[in-house]
Design a binder for this molecule. Structure first.
Ligand code: ARG
Length: 401
């Protein structure tokens, strides 16, 4: 039996009950660790709650810079979107948390870590596979998966032991948030036919109530990474934070996704990801200017693989390492500026420029200055069509072809 367990502590009902439950059922001391990945909670309060419940120690780790630089930015450069819709906010945060948990466990001389995930979701997989990759000697305990209590039983368990029940338990929704996005599940959302009620949204205005004048944002990129908004250089976290606010104000970034979980369940999820929506659109627009058709085509396939591996908890693998190397190489000339218009729920790219642009006005124009040799097109078509002519001769078409 481990004598000390490092618990990833969010301050919600599950992990609050887990502090006591781990003491009662494993006879272990509990060290609570709360991660700041840009989830706007009062973390000093969360930390105090852990201590009040009986944690021997409670740490708050500011992981925002690392989250952006080592997880969000590589995913943005890869254009990673799970099933073409979900920018992977939660999925990207779990390997980071697992890594930090393992570090704390080693520093504290603990042989086990614990998380508050249920047995039905993706997060348990991401935590446990990441720990297995980074610190195979560490045991993982999953109290919520083990205890088999319903929500009401948990509340009674908490009340009987003087565990303060967080006010959020009155909400029928399950929410997770960090800099890259916010997810909302449960309650009425479990009926995929019912339109999400307006009160589930916290980061985005309803497009109906969004301002009647658009906001234009110019985003500068250096080798595939966003560096400035409207000419103002910003750190990674601040840039994302500001863009979440500006795009959210115009109702940009609401996503309604029936997704395929790794454990085989289809689940209806609502996401709010204003900054991610804008940055992914802008980044792809800049790639359209600076990469060739073949580079873009192949990169789209890589993006799908990359998104799947992030979703499926395979961040700390050689496969990710290899894909990341490919993506990194593609970003050498993805520098420039993209102009986006935020208006009534939409983010539209309206302009793009790059010192490494492959777009040539003198080739594209139909006006003065056209340098494209139209006469050469005839020879090109003659050769291009050669196999088609050959086949048409040798294999005459049948009826209806
Ligand atoms: N469905 C999303 C994912 O698998 C969001 C999960 C949210 N997690 C949570 N514990 N509420 O990444």
């Amino acid at each position: 039996m481990p004598d000390k367990i490092i618990l990833a502590y969010s301050g919600g009902l599950d992990t609050s009950v887990a502090v006591k439950w781990l003491q009662d059922n494993y006879g272990a001391q509990v060290v609570a660790v709360t991660f700041d990945v840009g989830n706007a909670k009062n973390l000093a309060q969360v930390r105090q709650r852990a201590l009040d419940i009986g944690a021997v120690k409670a740490l708050v780790v500011d992981a925002r810079e690392t989250f952006v630089n080592q997880f969000i930015h590589p995913a943005l450069q890869a254009d990673a979107l799970y099933e073409g819709q979900y920018p992977l906010a939660t999925a990207l945060s779990r390997p980071l948390m697992a890594k930090l948990l393992a570090e704390v466990a080693r520093a504290e001389g603990a042989t086990a870590v614990a998380h508050g995930c249920t047995g039905k979701g993706n997060d348990q997989v991401r935590f446990e596979v990441s720990i297995a990759a980074l610190a195979p000697e560490i045991k993982v305990v999953a109290p919520v998966r083990e205890w088999g209590m319903t929500r009401d039983e948990e509340i009674i368990y908490a009340q009987e032991r003087g565990i303060p029940v967080p006010v959020t338990v009155s909400s029928p929704y399950s929410v997770d948030e960090n800099l890259w996005g916010r997810s909302i599940e449960c309650g009425v959302l479990e009926d995929p036919w019912s339109e999400p009620p307006e009160d589930i949204y916290a980061w985005t205005k309803s497009p109906r109530e969004a301002p009647d004048t658009p906001d234009y944002v110019e985003i500068a990129f250096q080798e595939g990474l966003p560096t400035a908004l409207d000419g103002r250089a910003l750190s990674g976290p601040s840039l994302i934070q500001e863009l979440n606010r500006r795009a959210g104000e115009h109702g940009v970034g609401r996503i309604d996704h029936v997704e395929n979980r790794l454990v085989g369940i289809k689940s209806r999820e609502i996401y709010e990801a204003p900054a991610a929506t804008v940055l992914l659109a802008a980044h792809r627009a800049l790639e359209a200017m600076t990469l060739t058709k073949e580079q873009i085509r192949f990169k789209e396939r890589v993006a799908q693989e990359y998104a799947d591996l992030i979703y499926n908890g395979l961040w700390f693998t050689a496969f990710r390492h290899d894909l990341a190397a490919y993506v990194q190489s593609t970003q050498r000339f993805v520098s420039g500026t993209v102009r986006t218009r935020l208006f009534k729920g939409n983010c539209t790219v309206v302009g793009r420029q790059s010192p490494h642009s492959l777009y040539r006005f003198e080739l594209a124009t139909y006006d003065q200055g056209d340098q494209f040799d139209q006469g050469a097109a005839a020879g090109f078509i003659h050769i291009w069509g050669l196999p088609v002519r050959t086949q048409a001769q040798a294999q005459p078409k049948g009826e209806g072809d």
